[in-house]
Design a protein around this ligand. Structure first.
Ligand code: NI
Length: 396
């Protein structure tokens, strides 16, 4: 069966490349994917999908396609994100972005294409399936919080769904290979803002002021000991300060200082711990140094934690399609992804399809202005996604 799928996907090679180039030419930011949505609807309709749902709660873009075989069985969802980035493209491809300042620099054009390819394969094989499947073309992955995944879930996209599978095209993985991870796979991504209030004064007379700058420096140093001294060294965590703002003039002590940054973790317990210890440390240091502290912590994205059992199942199929030697377990990445919201609710997995290919200059990291996708790998993604859904719903 997997060989048939592979051959069918391979025969769609040119069509897939054409679709991707069309999406690549028209990159649209999260919540503004109007043309993209229209095109997805048109292609799905052409394939025979009806009753497509566009948008959702507080959403006007994105598409949900459902097929019920009419036979009892399980329900699986496949998801692709569809938004682009505010990046000015610097590649030399003939189908470059026609919208200056915007680019599909994370390969979401490939995700749309591969899910459309899977849609075609699945509807053609409908007679061989039980249960039902749902295709989720999700807007605004890059928006984080509240991003497209959270809003799609609020719109009921996971109701009655037993498992979900997503796939990201990934430049650090060589073309033609598929990488996976069981359990914590991608990190959480949160942001924090500490506002320190002191009392400004003349730089020559610090004793008459309450200096928020020395206080901010003490807080930043103390925070560095949370991960290094309090979190188990075998666990991962990051606290990075990206901006410190205070004062403007060389001889004036300012009234206030602010510290802005991000944290990354793989486990909910460590995420909670870091948030709570950052707050306590900041408040007590500020109090000791006569300042007041206001600590705001925004939960942006939870960690992406795949279900080990479902991942094993998906990997088995990926190996049959790509060859066992082309499928491997990778190290977790500190990057984040809003697929995490789905995996908080139901079992599923998130695979990484390699697109790293020095021969066509596809070596730049995700989000880079020279980011390139290797079209040759699109059929592999299509076969993997449809293969995973088809065995899950298989009649035999
Ligand atoms: Ni992405």
């Amino acid at each position: 069966m997997q060989n048939i799928l592979k051959q069918q996907a391979e025969s769609m090679k040119d069509l897939l490349a054409t679709w991707r180039h069309e999406f690549h030419r028209c990159p649209e930011l999260g919540y503004e994917e109007f043309e993209t949505t229209k095109k997805i609807v048109a292609l799905l309709t052409e394939m025979g999908y009806a009753n497509l749902r566009v948008g959702g709660r507080e959403l006007t873009t994105g598409v949900i396609a459902d097929i019920d075989t009419g036979r009892p069985g399980k329900k699986i969802a496949l998801r692709a994100d569809i938004d682009a980035l505010p990046v000015a493209e610097e590649t030399d491809v003939p189908f470059r972005s026609e919208r200056p300042g915007f680019m599909h620099a994370c390969g979401h054009d490939a995700h749309i294409t591969m899910l459309l390819g899977a849609a075609k394969m699945l509807i053609e094989h409908k007679a061989e399936l039980n249960g039902s499947y749902r295709l989720i073309f999700q807007p605004a992955e890059e928006k984080g919080n509240p991003g497209g995944a959270a809003r799609m879930i609020e719109s009921g996209v996971l109701d009655g769904v037993d498992a979900i599978c997503g796939l990201h095209i990934w430049s650090p993985v060589p073309s033609g290979k598929i990488a996976y991870r069981e359990g914590p796979t991608m990190a959480s991504a949160d942001s924090f803002l500490l506002t320190i209030k002191g009392k400004g004064g003349h730089g020559s007379m610090p004793h008459l002021s309450v200096d928020p700058v020395t206080c901010a420096c003490a807080v930043v140093s103390a925070w560095q000991t949370i991960v290094s001294r309090e979190v188990d060294p075998l666990e991962a965590g990051v606290i990075s300060v990206g901006a410190i703002n205070a004062g403007k003039v060389f001889n004036v002590i300012p009234d206030n200082a602010s510290i802005l940054g991000t944290t990354r973790t793989f486990r909910p317990e460590i995420r909670d711990y870091i948030e709570s210890r950052m707050k306590t440390t900041a408040e007590l240091i500020c109090e000791a140094m006569r300042c007041t502290a206001e600590f705001a912590y925004t939960r942006f994205l939870p960690p992406t934690v795949t279900d080990p059992a479902f991942t094993k199942y998906a990997v088995e199929i990926a190996k049959e399609i790509a060859g066992a030697e082309n499928v491997y377990e990778m190290a977790p990445t500190m990057g984040a992804e809003d697929f995490s919201y789905y995996l908080e609710k139901i079992p599923g997995t998130f695979l990484f399809l390699g697109t790293g290919n020095p021969e066509i200059d596809a070596t730049y990291p995700q989000h880079h202005p020279k980011y390139k996708v290797d079209d040759a790998v699109l059929p592999l993604g299509v076969a993997a996604m449809s293969g995973i859904a088809m065995r899950f719903l298989g009649r035999s």
